[in-house]
Design a protein. Structure first.
Length: 340
């Protein structure tokens, strides 16, 4: 948890009317806290008065909390009372298990970090964009190690083509101009979260944004030169203060990112295809072989790339096949995940 100077108001912690409107009259004696780190058996939070460790009931499960959550606590004992509804939530479905794994909550901007080397992968970036869209956070692609690339513009062009109006920032994570390049998303009370593979420079960015005086330096690790794969150096999610009033959540690298329960996120990423679909002759057009298909017509005219349609189709199928469905008689419903 950060050792930064205390915020002078809840608003500087990211508090807004969205959360204030959820407080009930009977809860006016309770105090809001923001979750700063989640561990296996404890939760650390921060409020206007400073950092605290939340007291949890015996049956509480820390897996139900995400860094960035807002909660209500008893001011005399710091006992957790309840969690506020989330404004945004970034979560992922692991390969094994039915539930969603919480990554971060109430994030205004999700920085999707990749590097200008062999780590750059458009398919993986699209998966992160889908998750960001579904979470309700604004996505920004950050290209690190720009100082080592022969043609940074090539990486930028490929990233910008992934989603309409997608901001793409290229930088050197250790440079003093990082805060200047990212200040648009790091203002007072704003929360950013960093996601991406191990070794792409997320922790380096956190260290540069927070500064050495804030006592929250994250470990960094090197990458293998032959495949640009990194080692996990961040092992837990945590909230850190940025000079100027913003907050940043660092997250461990994600090796594999599956899509599930993210139909809206896919539609946002592929808005160009979604907008063409109503122009097709058939309402249930698969955009593969049907006559009068507006999507295939755009591919033939060169206004839409054929490989983009294939990537869209692949994500739609994976999302369909990995999203659990409800089956069974009423009152005895069974959650079932389709085979992929």
């Amino acid at each position: 948890m950060t050792n930064a100077p205390l915020p002078t108001s809840l608003e500087l912690l990211g508090w807004s009317d969205f959360f204030a409107d959820q407080i009930k009259p009977a809860e006016e004696g309770l105090v809001p806290r923001r979750v700063a780190s989640v561990h296996r058996a404890r939760i650390e939070a921060i409020g206007v008065a400073g950092p605290v460790e939340l007291e949890l009931s015996a049956n509480a499960n820390t897996a139900d909390f995400a860094v960035g959550d807002w909660v209500l606590a008893d001011p005399s004992s710091d006992m957790f009372v309840r969690r506020f509804d989330r404004k945004t939530v970034f979560q992922r479905r692991p390969e094994v298990g039915r539930g969603q794994q919480l990554v971060a909550a109430n994030v205004d901007t999700l920085l999707i970090v990749t590097s200008c080397n062999a780590d750059f992968n458009t398919d993986r970036l699209e998966r992160y964009l889908v998750m960001a869209n579904q979470a309700g956070s604004n996505p920004v692609v950050v290209l690190t190690k720009a100082d080592t690339a022969d043609d940074v513009g090539l990486f930028q062009t490929q990233a910008e083509a992934l989603q309409r109006d997608l901001p793409v920032i290229a930088l050197n994570g250790r440079s003093t101009d990082v805060s200047l390049l990212l200040r648009r998303w790091c203002g007072a009370g704003q929360t950013i979260a960093l996601v991406g593979s191990s070794g792409v420079g997320k922790s380096t960015l956190v260290n540069t944004l927070t500064g050495p005086a804030y006592g929250s330096e994250q470990k960094t690790g090197s990458i293998r030169e032959h495949d640009a794969q990194g080692r996990h150096t961040t092992t837990a999610r945590s909230l850190h203060a940025i000079p100027g009033g913003g907050w940043v959540i660092d997250t461990p690298g994600i090796r594999t990112l599956y899509v599930s329960d993210v139909t809206d996120g896919i539609d946002t990423l592929y808005a160009d295809i979604v907008e063409l679909a109503p122009l097709c002759r058939f309402r249930d057009c698969t955009h593969v072989h049907e006559p009068g298909c507006a999507v295939q017509a755009s591919v033939k005219s060169g206004t839409l790339a054929a490989d983009r349609v294939e990537r869209w189709r692949s994500l739609v199928f994976e999302n369909r096949d990995r999203t659990p469905t409800i089956s069974g008689p009423r009152g005895n419903k069974i959650v079932r995940k389709q085979k992929y």
